[in-house]
Design a protein around this ligand. Structure first.
Ligand code: FAD
Length: 465
């Protein structure tokens, strides 16, 4: 269909993260000629890789986990040829070390949903008899959430003003099962404390994970640094099709007297029939300021409102502490550490053998940690690790690096402004980014869904009427 765009359409995508690159790749795959403009010197946005200043080793800005239900992300990776670079479990299996140091494994098998989850909870030896009964009570709201996801809104799984914690309590989930499973899962999926995150989006996450194919809940880890998983392969894909990528180029969008948007990089105007702004919520105002701002108020339907709401959105931080140890101390690809400041530890270079190891300890919803010093962060991470795995105390720490991402994701608190749609009041300007109204939390999948949607809208706009 879009071959019709070949030769007649130049499209500019602003932002070289998952959203922008997936939009650009989708457009290029349909015959469009795309220019991606990225302000930073490297691609990747909030899912990026940097060279460690001490060793030159490629280190990600934080552990990124994928799930089997990331269908659009997997389609994007398949297009750029890297889907096989993600290692996936067969179905969800997570080992946890509880706050008292007891280890247990949750295994979600192959029964039809939701029995696969219920059976796993009933089998899980981290739970006592009462907790198991309480776990069964999640089946009903889960069924409602699955129906809602399929478009049946006669009943809602959670009300908009309700927090995740209230929702779990209302649905009979005991303190133990919340601490051991739902809180770490909510923190990982929403990057926000269950006491402040809104319940409906969490119910939607559970429906996606546990509502159909058991493989949807399987966890996936990239075998390569993020730059090599998607950013550079996407660039190669684009360049091989006559599209281009410009890094170190900060773009501005202006709105002309004809009511259409144009893109500028310093004094140069880029040829663009359609523009996808795939910048974060906190970058939209700067993108549209300068020449664009007087024109914003002239635009019917008010692009200015979208900018105002984006500027009012709050952020939720993630802190990662990377530890390089002289030996292996974690015998699984990752471990859940419920009830601690750092809720997960990942073995970055495998979990077998006797050589040195690189661990990434992750704290999601890290408001309490994000302003601490590097030394304090490393101390807390080490403390969490050695309390969970006492044998780790014998390891020698060769290096440590803390990474703070203050604006890792947008807040999912119930009082936040509504998220915008892909189309804007400016006919040739489209929005992408994980914060667009995809119904998903701030994840890679949300970014890619938004990118693919933006590509589709550009396609519609460019089709001859
Ligand atoms: C530490 C960390 C861990 C995470 N873990 C997970 C996880 O486990 N699983 C998961 O699914 N998600 C995770 N996420 C969330 C995920 O990384 C983001 O949702 C996703 O990367 C957002 O992609 P994006 O393209 O929407 O935005 P971004 O990645 O922010 O990309 C936007 C790009 O636009 C550029 N830009 C801004 N303004 C301009 C301008 N004027 N001109 C040109 N370029 C501009 C920026 O430089 C940036 O590169 C994590 C995030 C962080 C920070």
């Amino acid at each position: 269909m879009l071959d019709v765009m070949a030769g007649i359409m130049d499209c500019v995508v602003i932002g070289g993260g998952f959203a922008g690159l997936s939009a650009a790749v989708r457009l290029a795959s349909r015959g469009a000629r795309v220019t991606v403009v990225e302000a930073r010197p490297t691609l990747g946005g909030r899912a990026n890789t940097f060279a460690d200043p001490d060793t030159g080793e490629a280190v990600d800005n934080g552990q990124h986990v994928l799930f089997g239900c990331y269908h659009e992300t997997l389609a994007f990776l398949a297009t750029i040829g890297t889907a096989d670079e993600v290692w996936f479990q067969q179905s969800l299996e997570v080992a946890f070390v509880d706050p008292d140091g007891r280890r247990s494994t949750l295994r979600v098998g192959g029964l039809p949903p939701p029995w696969h989850l219920i059976a796993a909870l009933v089998d899980w030896d981290a739970l006592g008899g009462k907790d198991r009964w309480s776990a069964l009570r999640i089946a009903r709201p889960l069924r409602v959430a699955v129906r809602q996801l399929r478009g049946d809104s006669r009943q809602i799984a959670a009300s908009p003003g309700e927090t995740v914690e209230n929702w779990l309590i209302r649905n009979g989930q005991s303190a133990r099962i919340r601490e051991m499973l739902w809180d770490p899962l909510a923190l990982a999926a929403l990057n926000q404390n269950p006491r402040t995150a809104a319940a409906p989006i969490f119910a939607g996450v559970l429906a996606r994970l546990f509502g159909s194919d058991p493989r949807d809940a399987a966890l996936g880890l990239s075998k390569r640094p993020l730059l090599e998983l998607y950013a550079e392969p996407a660039r190669r894909y684009l360049e091989a099709r006559g599209s281009s990528v410009r890094t170190g180029a900060s773009a501005q969008v202006a709105i002309g007297p004809d009511g259409l948007a144009s893109v500028w990089v310093r004094d140069e105007r880029l040829d663009a029939r359609a523009i996808v702004a795939a910048v974060p919520w906190f970058g939209l105002k700067a993108l549209l300021s300068g020449d664009a701002s007087p024109a914003l108020s002239r635009v019917e339907g008010s692009l200015a409102d979208i900018v105002r709401r984006a500027s009012a959105m709050e952020a939720s931080p993630i802190v990662t502490v990377n530890l390089w140890l002289d030996r292996q101390v974690v015998d699984a690809p990752f471990l859940g550490l419920p009830g601690r400041s750092f809720q997960w530890v990942f073995a970055k270079n495998g979990a077998s053998g006797h050589g040195p190891s690189h661990l990434a300890l992750v704290s999601s919803g890290a408001d309490r940690l994000v302003n601490l010093s590097n030394d304090e962060l490393v101390r807390i991470a080490l403390d969490d690790l050695t309390r969970a795995l006492p044998e780790a105390s014998a390891a020698v720490i060769q290096r440590a690096r803390a990474i703070r991402e203050k604006q890792a994701t947008f807040s999912l608190a119930p009082n936040q402004p509504p998220r915008p749609a892909t189309r804007t009041p400016v006919a040739n300007l489209f929005l992408a980014g994980e914060w667009i109204d995809t119904g998903l939390p701030g994840t890679i999948e949300s970014a890619v869904v938004s990118g693919h949607r933006a590509a589709l809208e550009v396609e519609r706009y460019c089709q001859p009427h």
